[in-house]
Design a protein. Structure first.
Ligand SMILES: N[C@@H](CCC(=O)N[C@@H](CS)C(=O)NCC(=O)O)C(=O)O
Length: 181
């Protein structure tokens, strides 16, 4: 990737959504492509470094940036990981789909637990102000496969977070593209 222009490899409703929202926030030129994105957290962190004037992460090396990295890695290695087990349980088994129900049930518990943990930190954003961690959380929380209104009443700051993100033109543009693809 260069700072001159990006080609975003992704597909509808996959992990490229958060990256696209951040590209829109930055106003960086990019093209969409039809093959998978690779390590969304790394791409998001790179974009915040490559476009510091967009101010989508604290200054590298600061305590606030350590907190930013903490949540980015938490989201990638915990929430995204649980979402993958929910969506693709057969990938986590040597017996095909035979164990899918148990794998999914456990993943749902983990996913809810991870959401509860980050919910505790929301004020109203992941950090003190909007950062690339917010589209990332927004995308991942939006994949919750069960009753979203029930989740919203149990985790009201998460519902508020989703509402704040949906007000943003960048989110609306990227979500519209994903809905149309
Ligand atoms: N850790 C990776 C996970 C990417 C991933 O597994 N994405 C899902 C879709 S959300 C997948 O199945 N990718 C491979 C594919 O689409 O064939 C990331 O954060 O980018």
């Amino acid at each position: 990737m260069s700072s001159g222009g990006y080609k975003l490899y992704g597909r509808a409703n996959a992990g490229s959504l958060a990256v696209q929202i951040v590209l829109e926030e930055i106003g960086a030129p990019y093209e969409l492509d039809g093959t998978p994105v690779f390590e969304s957290a790394a791409i998001l962190i790179h974009l915040t470094n490559a476009h510091p004037t967009a101010d989508l992460a604290p200054v590298a090396g600061s305590t606030a940036h350590a907190r930013f990295l903490q949540w980015m890695l938490f989201l990638s290695s915990n929430l995204y990981e649980a979402a993958l087990r929910i969506s693709y349980p057969e990938r986590y088994s040597t017996v095909g789909t035979a164990a899918a129900a148990q794998i999914k049930a456990r993943a749902l518990q983990d996913y809810a637990r991870h959401l509860e943990l980050i919910h505790g930190a929301l004020a109203p954003y992941v950090l003190e102000r909007l950062s690339a961690a917010d589209p990332y959380l927004h995308m991942l929380a939006g994949w919750y496969p069960q009753d979203a209104p029930a989740l919203g009443s149990r985790l009201p700051k998460l519902a508020q977070h989703a509402a704040l993100l949906r007000e943003r033109p960048a989110t609306r543009k990227a979500e519209r593209d994903h809905a149309e693809t």
